[in-house]
Design a protein around this ligand. Structure first.
Ligand code: SF4
Length: 410
């Protein structure tokens, strides 16, 4: 009888999340600080896109002009993408400048633009009227054009992997500042700046709220912006399905969103199926746990009939283990079938960092396990990484700040 060789049990390597190159702010108990309340200072002047159609009419009357002038301004802004009174020759010269100044105040100054060599992706750096910096990324794909918009200057959610959250929350963006990112992107497309057009009326078809900020922490303004995006008569007339609102898991706001009656696509940035890891990766998990966030996502599906997306950045040896794919599949299947889609997002390789890309075979295995368990799963495109324009990487660099300080706000 031969002596049996010892069974080797190698525990999968577990890398723990941690902030690198900066110190995560913590509360009195040493937990990562969450900042919900935004400073009130710095909000921009009220703009047409902040107002309901009835309020726009009232404002025109207040400025001494007939109410129907508001409708004309809507057309210039939402269809011709202009705030320039010189181009609004259908408005009487007398009072035109006052009307435009009163309803279309200047909101975003372009500080810098980075474009990929292929020309199909542009990252804009914008300076707001109070000097805060935000970004948006415009991406052309066959048959669609997607804009990733910011909803807050900075972010209060303090995720250790995210460049945006490092400086905390500067302030909420107004609804009009969110809409203006779309209008300016449409103007750039119309001017041919995103490469050759597929057809003459090309414009942004898809919006993802995955730029700076946690959209559901700026709930009312984000909803006003979404309503304006989808309003066919008084707004941009986009399809609600083309608008994706994402969150790290603000549960009461997810339920509120489900009750709005706007069938936007909802995305939950989960990144870990177990509380042990997610508590460290996504500090809001200390408030609402994985199961609570998934329950809310499921309720969103039940109420709207819209299939939910789960975003999952695959990070080497941190959250990419086979058992985590299985646990995620189990948790999703426990709640029902056909209600969810998983988007694993491969990170860029960052040698020496704990936040680095999963190996390709590990990525494939993660996706395979979920698909095999009946959960539709597709690795997401990481367009924009080339210019640091991917989610969680949107932060103005020191160099941007220097350029911005030299650019006057017009
Ligand atoms: S990942 Fe999103 S929620 Fe977290 S800090 Fe960054 S912008 Fe905020």
């Amino acid at each position: 009888m031969t002596e049996s060789s010892p069974v080797r049990t190698t525990k999968p390597r577990q890398v723990r999340p941690r902030a690198e190159g900066w110190t995560q702010r913590v509360d009195a108990e040493g937990k990562p600080l969450l900042q919900f309340a935004a400073p009130k200072k710095g909000m921009p002047p009220v703009h047409l896109a902040d107002l309901t159609p009835a309020q726009r009419v009232e404002k025109a009357v207040e400025l001494g002009l007939p109410g129907f002038r508001a409708k004309q301004l809507e057309k210039h802004y939402f269809q011709h993408y202009t705030s320039d009174p010189a181009k609004m020759t259908d408005l009487p010269a007398s009072g035109r400048d006052d009307l435009v100044a009163g309803l279309l105040p200047h909101l975003l100054t372009e500080v810098r633009r980075l474009q990929t060599d292929s020309g199909d992706t542009i990252k804009f750096l914008w300076k707001l009227h109070d000097g805060a910096l935000v970004e948006s990324v415009l991406m052309r794909y066959p048959g669609r054009i997607t804009l990733c918009v910011s909803s807050q200057a900075g972010c209060g959610m303090n995720c250790p992997f995210c460049a945006t959250g490092q400086a905390g929350l500067t302030r909420n963006m107004s609804a009009a500042e969110i809409i203006e990112q779309v209008v300016r992107a449409n103007a750039a497309i119309r001017a041919g700046e995103l490469g050759p057009a597929e057809h003459p009326d090309e414009r942004v078809t898809n919006i993802v709220f995955m730029g700076m900020g946690e959209p559901l922490a700026n709930y009312n303004r984000v909803i006003q912006a979404v309503r304006t995006m989808v309003d066919k008569e008084h707004g941009l007339g986009m399809s609600a399905r083309g608008v994706t609102v994402s969150t790290v898991g603000l549960v009461p706001a997810i339920d509120k969103l489900a009750g709005e009656g706007i069938p936007v696509t909802f995305a939950l940035s989960l990144h870990a199926p177990d509380d042990h890891l997610r508590d460290e990766m996504i500090p809001i998990n200390s408030r609402w746990k994985v199961d609570e966030a998934l329950d809310a996502a499921y309720r969103y599906f039940e109420k709207t009939g819209r299939r939910v997306s789960i975003e999952y950045a695959l990070i080497k040896d941190m959250n990419d283990h086979a058992w985590r794919a299985d646990l995620l599949a189990t948790k999703l299947n426990e709640r029902g079938h056909g209600w969810v889609h998983v988007n694993p997002i491969p990170l860029n390789p960052t040698p020496g960092s704990v936040w680095t890309a999963s190996e390709k075979p590990v990525q494939r295995e993660f996706v395979r396990r979920l698909n095999e368990a009946g959960i539709p799963t597709t690795l997401r495109d990481t367009r924009g990484k080339e210019i640091d324009g991917a989610c969680g990487q949107l932060v103005a660099t020191e160099e941007d700040r220097e350029v911005a300080s030299a650019v006057p706000v017009d």
